[in-house]
Design a protein around this ligand. Structure first.
Ligand SMILES: [Zn+2]
Length: 122
């Protein structure tokens, strides 16, 4: 019997970005990737839907929330849009539900990065 534990190539080190998510199977070379680059995520975390995935490595995520109207003691639905970095390993498309996390400013408008994609929503 041969021991196959000799080579260490191909075994990517698991990274814990601190959100209780599992690392994607695919790897990428993007330095602005929360999993495979040197990007640290901290701050706010949202779940939202991808509205547009037309720009290069960027998606627009719609993020719905509820706001209390004091006078009527009821909530109104509001939404806002954030531009989010879409690393090559995430491959988020329009209609996907994604988890986004705040990070350092990646460009003039991007302060968030996708950390998880939940597919299958139509
Ligand atoms: Zn990646």
């Amino acid at each position: 019997m041969k021991n196959e534990k000799t080579g260490k190539a191909g075994k990517a080190k698991e990274k814990d970005i601190g959100l209780g998510l599992t690392q994607p199977k695919e790897a990428c070379e993007d330095p602005k990737c929360a999993w495979h680059g040197k990007l640290a995520v901290r701050g706010r975390v949202f779940r939202g839907n991808v509205k547009s995935a037309k720009a290069h490595n960027t998606v627009i995520v719609e993020w719905g929330y509820h706001r209390l109207i004091r006078k009527y003691q009821r909530y109104e639905r509001r939404k806002s849009y954030v531009t989010v970095h879409n690393p090559p390993c995430m491959k988020a498309n329009e209609g996907d539900s994604v988890v986004i996390a705040e990070c350092r400013p990646l460009s003039k408008t991007k302060n968030f990065v996708i950390v998880n994609v939940e597919r299958g929503r139509k």
